[in-house]
Every structure is written in structure tokens, then in C-alpha cells.
Design a binder for this molecule. Structure first.
Ligand code: Z15
Length: 816
């Protein structure tokens, strides 16, 4: 780019910003104020993307291509502004423009609120996949709900988690384009009515329903500097006019407004449970609301192309179900095809199976969704009939293939009977889809050999694996500009859209000069983080210490407790002087606990209590610090991960389906201490055994220990350091004002069988942590390991994952 051109574009950007401040926001542009100019910049950047977005959407129609519908009840896109700026390739321009107003771009970026429309890994994965679909030019759409309230805002008060409301749309977001004229009618409740059609066949229709409107709200997702902009369509509930009129006619004004408000509650709030559904009526309503709206949109688009028959539907439409949350889609498409389009059951079912594919994200039994037959029957009476009919035909078929196997019928049925009648959504998703995938090799293997073994026998080839990935745009280029620049200076920028190029870094792993630059970048990132922690918590941390991070949802299977036991062990060693010298560490914890998950909330309190004891003990000094950062979210992850030395991925083997934080850390040059679980296994495979800190029982060990004979008490009795740590917790060392406070935690380990095998892995974990410290004392070795981690992470780009879905599951190719 020549200088005059760039000056011109900076000048026109400045004009746009001021014009928006004055004419869009109605504010005086003078003097330039941060909040107003931030929004002015947003609108200016948005203007530049809208044209590309319209063109991309038009190109789908022109090429009549098969489209992918990624249906997800959760998205965690993170902040948009920098993502848009970099996608447009206008970072320097923006920096200069705002600098000319006396403002700093990095400060403006901090004005943006995080859209918290998801809980954790599953929602963030959906957003990485949107980014990759756009960058790989896969014709696709994301579909979800525009919650008024995202995941709760977490504060820590006296060591306890407090939940605050996250009213992220309080000040309208410049990124959400509301399509006020674009609405669909959604029905609920009522009853299914049989009638005879003109040919004398029995048919069904859904009548006497209550209804609500779904309004389309769109968010742009740009590809990286390729002019392609994908659409994410989120539905917002709006009451119907009928609803109001009925009451108004009766003169019931207050009643009218009240029922209006109630019907709009559907899209009010995200359910804050990660991996443990709560079976609440409003949640099912959200699921069906979003499914019904999405299918009306899909059908509208399909009809626009004037197809002669629904037989070509699966050639035009691929629907990916992100977990079972949208699985009611299968009954909805059957209802549309059979009841509204008058297709035969057999034809409709074939279309369904060719259209859907389903991603499973967990094997935890408490996470597998079920809905009571009573609730579905009441809210979606016609869908329940359809589910029963799907089940009847399915079990018929199984019965013919495996005569006399009543056990098999019971295990495969869509209806579980042991706990009142419940519809198993995973079973519905499996039989209604052509492909089911797990999210890492081990996880997919467990699906086939344990959880859904009988289904795998029944449908050989239906189960497959697509290992998760993360977008290198957000998780390296944007989050870690210093490392990106260093990488670019030796291997160029190809890695941004083809991450396998990172392997060229391996040649520099032992180069002393490159090592030094690598260390300087990492040190710089650690200093930035230390400054952030000081600002946020008023706590000083030392960037020269080993930064050890455990950041993710708080859950027993993720074993934050194991980490805490290690911290207490280090603390005891320091206090007793039993280590000649200790490698100073700073421990970072961050993560939210589901508001109803008492044990997880107590774990947060324990982390904070241990932190208080350790940080306040003069005997410890700088050698050990514990910080719990409140309100973990995407933009906090972007600050933490580039500053990490050590990544804690210590779930009980077999329980973390994949993990994606593990990938973000390794990509940024942190070393992992981890179990053979989820994607850890594949990360270790590519970075090399020597560059990964492994410990713990394998998935098969876990299975065996769960089958009987595991005795945590015996381990407790025989390990002095472990016993000491547990005794301190249970006798109130960390809670002198309430000595029994943490009993439930120790009880879960000793009295209730230690289901997550914390004690079983403790000794190996502590030993491996000692090896971590030892390696850290050798900077050349550590730096080499760190470089080799980054260099070998190419596989974990979400571009690779998306291209696997496109080729093997969706059968779509990139637009040219
Ligand atoms: C969620 O975030 C995950 C699984 C679930 O079943 C639900 Cl409801 C939420 C996570 C997995 O725990 C994690 O291992 C995985 O990496 C992530 O989904 C994306 O696949």
C-alpha cells in the first residue's frame, strides 16, 4: 500500500467515525470521548463489512449450493471489534485514525462487552467453527437464540461466587442487526387432532396452540481477509398481536401486557448449566422455539429455489446438531414433511436421516438430556406422537433383526422407563441422523465401545470422529500479537489460514537467538497480565515466577481439587523447609460454577480460602501465590493464555470429551500437565512425549477402578503429605471461623468413594509437578519445549475440523 492511499483511507475512516458520533449517536464529536468514539468506530467498521456480507449471501443464491445449518443453543463469539478490524485488514488504519483523535485503540477495544451466549467449551467451539466456515468459504449459517441475559456475571465476595445479571443488550449492540419485519409464528401446547383427508387417510393437525413470534437478529461473521461474511442468525421472542388483542377485547389491559411479557420470556436468559441439564419447562420451550423458527427459515430458503420435490432437500440442506439441545428438530422436520407437506412417513424419514448429523460432546451420564413424556406431551403433543411412532418403527426393526432380545429393546428405546417415562434425546438424535461424531479420538471410541455400543452394532459406520479445533485468528493472531509477530518474522504469515505452516518453527527450537526472542515475548505477555491482575484485584504478582493456570468451568470431573491439593502440598513443603529450594509459582484459577452446583461453589470458596492462607503467610513470601480471577470469559482467556507457562488439563481420564482450552495454551507455547484424556492425547502425540507432562490413570484404569475395589481411604492413610493436606481442609485450617465448612469436599473423597479418582492420581500428579519445576529451571530446555509445542499444533486449527465436517459429513465444498 502506498502512503497517500493509506492516508486517504485513514482520513475517510476519521470522517466516518465523527459522522457516526454526530449523526448515528447524536453526540457532539468534540471533545473526542472514548465511549462515543468506540461506537463511532464500531459503526464505521460495520459499514465496511455490510457490503461484503450482502454479497456473500447473494452468492449463495446465485450458485444454488448446498448450505450447512449449524444449530447451537450456545455461541461464545467474544468481542467483535478487533475480529472485524483484522478480518478487513485495517488494524493499522484504525490505530492511526483513533490516535489522531488522541485515543488508543487497545483502550477502545476494552469498551466492548462480551456476548456471553454460552457456558463454556461447547459454545466457544460453535464460534470457532463459525470463524472457520467463513474463512474456508463453506456456505453455512449459524442458528441460535439471542438471549437478553447471557451467562451470569461472576463476582467473588468473601471467597464465594455471587451471580449477577448480564444484561448485555442494555445499550444496544452495534453488531446485532434486528430484522424487525422478519418474523415467524411459533406454536406451543394445544393438542393433536386426527382428521380424514380428501383421500380418506387419517391425518393429524396441531390445534388450539398458544403462539409467539420469533424475530431474526443477525450477526456478521467475517472470514479472514477473504471478503466472505457468514451469517449468524439468533432468534428473539416477541409476543404475537393476537395474544394481546384477545385480552384487550376483554378489557383486560394488565392481563394483556402480562401475557405479552411472559411469552417474551422464552429468549430472556441462557441456562447456566454446563454439562448438566436441569429439565426445566422454559428450557424445552427455548429449544423448540429456536428449532421451529430455524426450520421455517430453512424451508423458506429451500422453496425460494423452486424445487419440484422434497427428495432434493438433503442435497440442499445439511443440519448439524450441536449436542442434543436442538434434537427436537428431528420430530419437527417429520411433522412438517408429513403433516404439512403430505409426504409419506417413509419418504419423510429418509429425508430426515439424510439431512441431520449430530455431535455428541459428553459421556457424563448426568449430562445426557432427557425430557419427561408428560412435559413433551403437554407442550408439543404432536411431536410426542411422532416420537412414539419413530420409536415404534425403530423397535419393530430391531426386534426383527434381533428376535427375543428384550434387553436390547430396552437399552435402545427412545423412551427410558426407570425414572418415570423420559424421552432420551441422544437416542432420537442418533437414529434421526446419518452420522454421529465425538469430538476427540478417545471420546469417539468411548461412544462406540461403551455409551452407544448397541447403536454402533446396529448402524456400523454411523459413528465417527472429528477432533475439535480452535481458530488461530482469535487464539493466536488476535490474542497474542507479540508472538504472532515473532512467528511472522521467521516463517511469514501463511499460518493464519493454514496452521500447518507453524511446523517451520521447529527448525528454530534450539536457536539461541530465536529462543531469546521467544522468551522476551513470553515475559512481555506475563508482565501485561501482572498489570491486569494488579488493576483488577489489587494483587501484585511476580512475572518471573512460573505461571500455572487452571481456567475452565468448575466441575468435579475437571479436578480443580487435585490442583488445590498440590498447592497445599507445596505450601506445607515451603513452611516446613523440607525443600532445599523451590521454583516460585503463581497459580491462576478462573471459572464459573453452575449456580445450583453446591459442590462446585464450595470448591471456589476453598480455592479462595487456600489463596488467602498462602498469600498472607510471610513464611511463603514470593514462592507461592494463588489468584482466582473472577468472571472468566472469552476476553479474559485472551489475556491469560498468552501469559501461561503451564496449562492444567487434569480431568479424570475418559471424562473430558475433548477440551479446547488445552489447544489454546499449547498453541501459545504453554506446556501441558495433563492426563490421557480428550484431545490431550492427540496434543501429546503431535508435540511429542518429551514436550508434555503426563500423569495419571488411563481411561481403562478408571473403568476398572469404577468396577470395584478402589479404596481412597487406604491411599489417604498411606500418603503422609496427602493426609496432611486433607486433614488441614477438613479440620478448618483454611476456614478457622467455620471449621466444618469444607467437610463436604473431603467427604466426597473419603466417605463417598472419590468418584473422580483424585486420590488415585495425587502422588503421580505431585511427582510430575516436581518434574515441571525442574524443567522450568533450565530455560533453554523449557523454551525449546515451548517452541515445539507451538510448532506442532497445526492439526488443531478449527479450519482442519471444519474441512473434515465439510468433506466427510456435510458433503459440501468451499465456494470458489
Ligand atoms: C460443554 O461445554 C461440553 C459438553 C457438553 O455436553 C455440554 Cl452440555 C457443554 C464441552 C465438553 O465438556 C468439552 O470437553 C468439549 O471440548 C467441548 O464441549 C466442545 O466439544
Amino acid at each position: 500500500m502506498t502512503a497517500p492511499e493509506s492516508n486517504q483511507s485513514v482520513e475517510s475512516l476519521k470522517d466516518d467515525i465523527q459522522r457516526h458520533v454526530a449523526l448515528t449517536l447524536g453526540s457532539d464529536p468534540f471533545p473526542p470521548r472514548k465511549g462515543r468514539y468506540y461506537l463511532g468506530l464500531c459503526y464505521s467498521v460495520r459499514d465496511r463489512l455490510l457490503g461484503q456480507w450482502l454479497e456473500t449471501q447473494r452468492s449463495y443464491y446465485d450458485s444454488i449450493t448446498k448450505r450447512v445449518y449449524y444449530m447451537s443453543l450456545e455461541f461464545l463469539p467474544g468481542r467483535f471489534l478487533m475480529n472485524y478490524i483484522q478480518a478487513l485488514g485495517m488494524e493499522e488504519e484504525c490505530r492511526e485514525a483513533v490516535r489522531d483523535f488522541g485515543l488508543d485503540l487497545d483502550e477502545l477495544l476494552e469498551e466492548e462487552w462480551n456476548p456471553g451466549l454460552g457456558n463454556g467449551g461447547l459454545g466457544r467451539l460453535a464460534s470457532c467453527y463459525m470463524d472457520s466456515m467463513a474463512t474456508c468459504r463453506i456456505p453455512g449459517y449459524g442458528y441460535g437464540i439471542l438471549y437478553d441475559y447471557g451467562i451470569f456475571y461472576q463476582t467473588i465476595v468473601n471467597g464465594y461466587q455471587h451471580e449477577g445479571a448480564d444484561n448485555w443488550l442494555r445499550q444496544d449492540s452495534p453488531w446485532v442487526l434486528r430484522r424487525g419485519h422478519f418474523m415467524f409464528l411459533i406454536n406451543f401446547y394445544g393438542r393433536s387432532e386426527a382428521y380424514e383427508d380428501s383421500a380418506g387417510h387419517e391425518r393429524f393437525r396441531w390445534v388450539d396452540t398458544e403462539s409467539v413470534m420469533a424475530m431474526a437478529c443477525d450477526i456478521m461473521v467475517p472470514g479472514h481477509q477473504n471478503g466472505h461474511v457468514t451469517n449468524m442468525r439468533l432468534w428473539k421472542a416477541i409476543s404475537t398481536r393476537d395474544f394481546e388483542l384477545e385480552h384487550f377485547n376483554r378489557g383486560d389491559y394488565i392481563g394483556a401486557v402480562q401475557s405479552k411479557v411472559e411469552s417474551e420470556n422464552i429468549s430472556k436468559v441462557l441456562y447456566p448449566n454446563d454439562t448438566s441439564p436441569r429439565g426445566k419447562e422454559l428450557r424445552l420451550r427455548q429449544q423448540y422455539f429456536f428449532v421451529a423458527a430455524t426450520f421455517q427459515d430453512i424451508l423458506r430458503r429451500f422453496r425460494k429455489n423452486n424445487y419440484s420435490s422434497f427428495d432434493c432437500f438433503p442435497d440442499q440442506v445439511a443440519v448439524q446438531l450441536n449436542d442434543t439441545h436442538p434434537a427436537i428438530s428431528i420430530a419437527e422436520l417429520m411433522r412438517i414433511l408429513v403433516d404439512e407437506e403430505s409426504l409419506t412417513w417413509e419418504t419423510a424419514w429418509t429425508i430426515c436421516q439424510k439431512t441431520f448429523s449430530y455431535t455428541n460432546h459428553t459421556v457424563l451420564p448426568e449430562a445426557l438430556e432427557t425430557w419427561s413424556v408428560e412435559l413433551i406431551g403437554r407442550m408439543l403433543p404432536r411431536h410426542l406422537q411422532i416420537i412414539f411412532e419413530i420409536n415404534r418403527r425403530f423397535l419393530d426393526d430391531v426386534g426383527k433383526r434381533f428376535p427375543g432380545r428384550v434387553d436390547l429393546l430396552r437399552s435402545l428405546s427412545l423412551i427410558a422407563e426407570d425414572n418415570g417415562k423420559q424421552v432420551r434425546m441422544a437416542h432420537l438424535a442418533i437414529i434421526g441422523s446419518h452420522t454421529v461424531n465425538g469430538v476427540a479420538e478417545l471420546h469417539s471410541k468411548i461412544l462406540k465401545t461403551r455409551l452407544f455400543k448397541d447403536f454402533d452394532n446396529l448402524y456400523p459406520g454411523k459413528f465417527t470422529n472429528v477432533t475439535n479445533g480452535i481458530t488461530p485468528r482469535r487464539w493466536l493472531m488476535q490474542a497474542n500479537p507479540a508472538l504472532s509477530e515473532l512467528i511472522g518474522s521467521v516463517i511469514g504469515d501463511e499460518w493464519i489460514h493454514d496452521l500447518s505452516h507453524l511446523s517451520e518453527l521447529a527448525a528454530y527450537a534450539d536457536d539461541p537467538e530465536f529462543q531469546q526472542r521467544w522468551q522476551e515475548v513470553r515475559k512481555r505477555n506475563k508482565k501485561l497480565l501482572a498489570r491486569y491482575v494488579l488493576r483488577k484485584l489489587g494483587v501484585g504478582i511476580n512475572p518471573a515466577t512460573l505461571f500455572d493456570m487452571h481456567i475452565k468451568r468448575i466441575h468435579e470431573y475437571k479436578r480443580q481439587i487435585l490442583n488445590v491439593l498440590h498447592v497445599i502440598t507445596l505450601y506445607n513443603r515451603i513452611r516446613s523447609g523440607s525443600v532445599a529450594h523451590h521454583v516460585p509459582r503463581t497459580l491462576f484459577f478462573a471459572g464459573k460454577a453452575a449456580p445450583g452446583y453446591m459442590q462446585a461453589k464450595l470448591i471456589i470458596k476453598l480455592i479462595n480460602a487456600v489463596g488467602q492462607a498462602v498469600n498472607g503467610d510471610p513464611a511463603v513470601g514470593n514462592d507461592l501465590r494463588v489468584v482466582f480471577l473472577p468472571n472468566y470469559c472469552v476476553s479474559q482467556a485472551e489475556k491469560l493464555i498468552p501469559a501461561a507457562d503451564l496449562s492444567e488439563q487434569i480431568s479424570t481420564a475418559g471424562m473430558e470429551a475433548s477440551g479446547t482450552g488445552n489447544m489454546k495454551f499449547a498453541l501459545n507455547g504453554a506446556l501441558t500437565i495433563g492426563t490421557l484424556d480428550g484431545a490431550n492425547i492427540e496434543i501429546r502425540e503431535v508435540v511429542g512425549e518429551d514436550n508434555f507432562f503426563l500423569f495419571g490413570h488411563t481411561e481403562e484404569d478408571v473403568h476398572r477402578l469404577h468396577s470395584g475395589g478402589y479404596d481412597p481411604v487406604q491411599i489417604y492413610e498411606s500418603n503422609i503429605e496427602l493426609k496432611k493436606a486433607l486433614d488441614m481442609i477438613s479440620t478448618g485450617f483454611f476456614s478457622p471461623e467455620a471449621p466444618g465448612l469444607f467437610r463436604p469436599i473431603v467427604d466426597s473423597l473419603l466417605a463417598h468413594g472419590d468418584y473422580y479418582l483424585v486420590l488415585a492420581d495425587y502422588a503421580k500428579y505431585v511427582a510430575e509437578q516436581a518434574r515441571v519445576s525442574k524443567c522450568y529451571e533450565d530455560p533453554a530446555l523449557w523454551t525449546r519445549m515451548s517452541i515445539l509445542n507451538t510448532a506442532n499444533m497445526g492439526k488443531f486449527s478449527s479450519d482442519r475440523s471444519i474441512m473434515e465436517y465439510a468433506r466427510n459429513i456435510w458433503k459440501v465444498s468451499p465456494l470458489t
